[in-house]
Structures are given as structure tokens and as C-alpha cells.
Write a protein that binds this ligand. Sequence first.
Ligand code: DNO
Length: 373
Amino acid sequence: MKMSFRWYGEGNDTVSLDEIRQIPGVETIVWSLHDKQAGEVWGEDEIAAAIATITEIPAEAQRRGVTKRLSAEVVESVNVHESIKLGRTILGLSRDQAIENYITTVQRLGRAGVRVVCYNFMPVFDWLRTDMWHPLPDGSTAMYYEKSVVDQMSPQRLIADMQANAGGLTLPGWEPERLASFSELSAAYEGVSHQDMYANYEYFLDAVIPTCEEYDVKLGVHPDDPPFDLFGWPRVVSTKQDLATVLSLNNSTYNGLTLCLGSFSANPTHDAVDAVETFMDRIHFTHIRNIKHFDNGDFVEVAHRAEEGSVDTVNVMRAFAQAGYTGYVRPDHGRHLWDENTTRRPRPGYGLYDRALGIQYLLGVWDASVAVS
Ligand code: DNO
């Protein structure tokens, strides 16, 4: 297992590489070119510059005796253009052109040493919460999903609220350019079935996977968050059966999962440990997050420790350890602690402290499991 940490890039993150380097066990930075729109080709120079920033140790740090290097082997995400999901031209780009651009980006990332690319296949928008800074009983805050709010609110209103609560930072998956086309996209998904989405998904995988094999870049799809249809749009990566279907669309191991356990477990009937055990060989990247369910369908993100919430993080790590898992893992969506909401103002879910604490817990379970097996 290779422990990793998501970082938004120079000038775009309130956590520094220096701080991440000091978290025991972290080997890899999970990065992206966050100013790229879905469908755009990533430039070779831009990729090289981003990787150099991560992997090289600045002269100032070298003078302090810093030698620990971080790798840049995981990208989250190269976003999939809506034309690919819809199987037709939209927002001025044809599906085949968007796929060609994706292939070029994968080739360039592979040549530059990237081994895993995360993406999602959600229509219109990415993850959704109703409160970014929900107070918890211990005085920290975390993201919250209030079912009745989503049930009653229009997507436009939710989008406006998400943006207003982001503290001025662009949320991943909520780029303003994407949201500007909301009405057009929303209309385009009318009448599109889950079957249509799977057909378009298969077309995409069949086109891209040969390049992934050639350049040794594994694709990992992130489950829908939350894992059910929203606003009538077809989500096709929600349930265990959906994950199995996606993997069967193309049998190459390069067609794999970014198993986000918090997203998957947001449906209380889902069993995270079972999913890990079932899909082990095709899980190239894992996001470990704990959430707590309430009877009314709400859920809140909590600390990584198993007993804090509904995700059995102990047996997840034990299953990985027993299988000798060699994929990448990162802690996901921590709480916001120790005044960091006022002192650092992190992106919701991406503060420093709870992710660092979470890593130590996850590695503790891993080490103990390895020691007794
Ligand atoms: C949010 C993230 C998602 C994730 C994408 C992957 O914090 O979990 O935005 O990165 O769905 O493509």
C-alpha cells in the first residue's frame, strides 16, 4: 500500500508540501491541473512543471537538511467531458474529439511517470453536500448532507449555496465554467437512461484503455457521491452491482476503481469491507473516509476512527493488509480542527490536521494487521 495525500498545487492550497512531507508514511502526492476544463488537453510542459514542484526539494529546504522526496504518481482527476457521458456533441465539443484529447493527456501523463488517473462519470456535477461547516459535538466542523434540503431544493439553488459556502476557493468538481452551462447540461440529460450511460461509458473505455495499457496508466473511477440518482439524472457508479458492471464493460485491469469508501457508504445498505474484498484486484486507488448516518437519511463526515461512524475502517485496512494490497490510499475529507477554519481557511474537507491524524490511524491498523498476519 502506498499512502498518499491530496494537494491542490502551489498557491491553490492552504497546506504546504513541507507540511505534508512531515506526515509519517506519506509517499505520494495526489495532484491535478485544477485550471483545466473537462475535455482540454493537458500540456506537456504544464505536466512537467507540476510534477517538478512536487518531486523536487527546494534549495531552501535542502539547506535545512530535508531529503525526503514525494512522488507524483496519482492524478485526481482528469475530468470526463459531458459529450463522452452523453455520447454526442455538447458545449461545442464532439465525443470523439473529447476522447482523443483524453487519450493525449493519458499518454503525456504516462510518459511523465503518472501511474493512476482518477475520474468520475457523474452527470452534470460531482459530489454534493448541504453544509460545508457543520458543527460537531467536539467543537470541530465537518461536511453534512441533509436529505430534506436536497429533496426540496432546486439544483440551481444548491449550486449557489455550495459556491457561497466554499470560502472563496473553487471546490473540486464545482468549477465555475462547468456550472455556467448548467441549464444546457440539465436539459441534455432529460430522457437519458442508465443503459444509455453504460453504452457511452463502454465506448469511452474501449477507446481509452488500449492507451492506458500501452502507457501503464491505470484508470480508477470514483463512485457517485452520494451513491444514488439526483434530480432525475442517471448515475451509473453507485451500487456494488454498478461497480461490477463498470468493471465488466472492459475487462482490462487498467479499467479499475478509485474506491471512495465514504461516497460508497453514503447509502447505509452498502458494505465497505465487502466491496474492498470483492474488487480488491481492480482497486487502484482508495479514499478512506468515515461518515455517520442518521435515521432520517442525513449523514455527516466524521473522524477516520471506525467507532466514530458507520464505515468499518479497521476491517477495511485489515482486508487490504491481509491481501498485501499494493495500490494507493489517501485519507479523505477530514473534519476542520484546531481553529483552522479561521487561521488557514481550508477547502471544505481538505484541512491539514484531521487528514494527518487519519493517516496515522489507518497506518496503525495496517501495521498491526501486518504484524499479526
Ligand atoms: C471531492 C472529491 C471528488 C473527486 C472526484 C473524482 O472532494 O472526492 O471531487 O475528486 O469525484 O473525479
